[in-house]
Design a protein around this ligand. Sequence first.
Ligand SMILES: C[S@@+](CC[C@H](N)C(=O)[O-])C[C@H]1O[C@@H](n2cnc3c(N)ncnc32)[C@H](O)[C@@H]1O
Length: 202
Amino acid sequence: MGQPQYFQSHPDAPSRPGRIALQLAGGRVELETDAAVFSARRLDPGTEVLLRNLGPVPPEGHLLDLGCGYGPVAVALALAAPAATVWALDTNQRALELTRRNAESLGLANLRAAVEGDVGGEVRFAGMWSNPPIRIGKPALHGLLTGWLDRLAPSAWARLVVQKHLGSDSLARWLEAEGYPTRRVTSENAYRVLEVGGRAAA
Ligand SMILES: C[S@@+](CC[C@H](N)C(=O)[O-])C[C@H]1O[C@@H](n2cnc3c(N)ncnc32)[C@H](O)[C@@H]1O
């Protein structure tokens, strides 16, 4: 089976603009979406669970939304922490462009939509959130997650939303076995939110 369109870095699907409304702690916002980005027609139910369980958002420092799509999580973080720098990372250029436009239309100058290579090697994150790209397969997912988890600042944590049927519990066990303290924050509508700390020093 091929990868979905939204995995392409430069999707060639014709544009089909849409809008999605989000109810965030600070009020209702509308975001632009388009064909060939993840969950372009409605807020993904997993993302919805993560948005309700962001936990305390550090007010400053660097925050990471890994796999931002059109930007619902990054926008929520940037609104919650106007003095922080929110990195919205994706490989899909159309998703990044939408995230940029959504940030701009909401006046969020603290949001940077970027690819991995744009993040300076010295950057350490005060928090990380992700509805991760499970469909890239286990080895790639493990490499992606640990690469970014290893850039958490001391005592910072990540929150990941993963569908039960897509292996949330085995991912939690794997992370724990690899030395990343992991706990389940909530289980709602077949989704788990995991909180993951940095790897314990060997
Ligand atoms: C499950 S979607 C979540 C999108 C968005 N956060 C949301 O909740 O609607 C995962 C995203 O990860 C992106 N992705 C895939 N591989 C990636 C990588 N290596 N680095 C960053 N993002 C990646 C996909 O393009 C996709 O937009």
